[in-house]
Design a protein around this ligand. Structure first.
Ligand code: FMN
Length: 185
């Protein structure tokens, strides 16, 4: 079983990254690679639709490495903070580029192999974990459409200081349990 993390916060060891790593621990792959798109060269989707003809994205940047890693992984753990009522732009750039896994109209069938599972870890300052629920549900659905058979979410609310998630033991436990459940799924 292969698991990877894609930690989209610009903050190293920020709350979302801490929890991404705990999900990976729970999945039994604490040594899994964790990619940090903020430190990679990944352009936004250019809207060229070349992927629909060629079956692959033609933008030659660091996203090509992530495409390969996602193709090989059984479990992908995404992490993003909430920025201005939505996911951070670093996550959205990666999500938009995952459009390349979808085939042409009308069915936009995913080219990813069956059986992939994903977790979307979201950290936010606001206390109410439901506050961005509709938006997070849309992001979750986008990951499902891209080709993840199962997508779980972990919303970590009321977090602001760098890495304070590590001190919230119930949250850490929840992240590990999510990972464990995915491993045995
Ligand atoms: C530019 C910016 C915008 C933010 N906007 C929101 C917001 O709209 N709602 C919210 O609850 N928290 C907001 N936050 C707080 C972060 O979501 C919160 O600190 C989160 O835990 C950071 O996660 P990280 O440590 O993984 O980067 C914002 C933070 C920044 C820097």
């Amino acid at each position: 079983m292969k698991a990877i993390g894609i930690a989209c916060s610009p903050r190293r060891n920020g709350n979302s990254e801490v929890l991404v790593r705990e999900v990976l621990n729970g999945a039994g792959d604490g040594a899994a690679k964790v990619f940090r798109p903020n430190e990679m060269k990944i352009r936004g989707c250019q809207g060229c639709y070349a992927c629909k003809e060629k079956g692959r994205c033609v933008v030659e940047d660091d996203m090509q490495e992530l495409y390969r890693e996602i193709e090989e992984a059984d479990i992908v753990v995404f992490g993003t903070p909430i920025y201005m009522y939505g996911v951070a732009s670093q996550f959205k750039v990666v999500l938009d580029r995952l459009f390349a896994f979808l085939g042409p109209e009308p069915d936009f069938k995913s080219s990813l192999p069956n059986g992939k599972r994903a977790v979307l870890v979201v950290s936010q300052g606001y206390e109410d974990a439901q506050e961005y629920g509709a938006h997070i549900a849309q992001m979750k659905e986008s990951l499902r459409v891209v080709g993840f058979d199962e997508v779980k979410t972990l919303v970590a609310s009321g977090l602001n200081e760098l890495g304070e998630a590590a001190k919230r033991l119930p949250l850490v436990q929840e992240a590990r349990m999510l990972g464990r459940a995915l491993r045995s799924a």
